[in-house]
Design a protein around this ligand. Sequence first.
Ligand SMILES: [Zn+2]
Length: 67
Amino acid sequence: MQNGFEPRVLICIECEEEFVFTAAAQQYFAERGYTEDPKRCKSCHTQYKKMQRDQRHSGVVMRNGVK
Ligand SMILES: [Zn+2]
């Protein structure tokens, strides 16, 4: 079920890779009241979240997680 949402291709601000903002993800965003598009691909977003949790570690290694 798509509920009117269509997958869109966006560019990640971290790795500058294209990623798909899926219909399910758009619905999830809409349900939570988010009006802005995601800025990071899934792997960068996961890493970003993890980085926020691990912020006291200073030397964060950014992986170029290209699949
Ligand atoms: Zn990315």
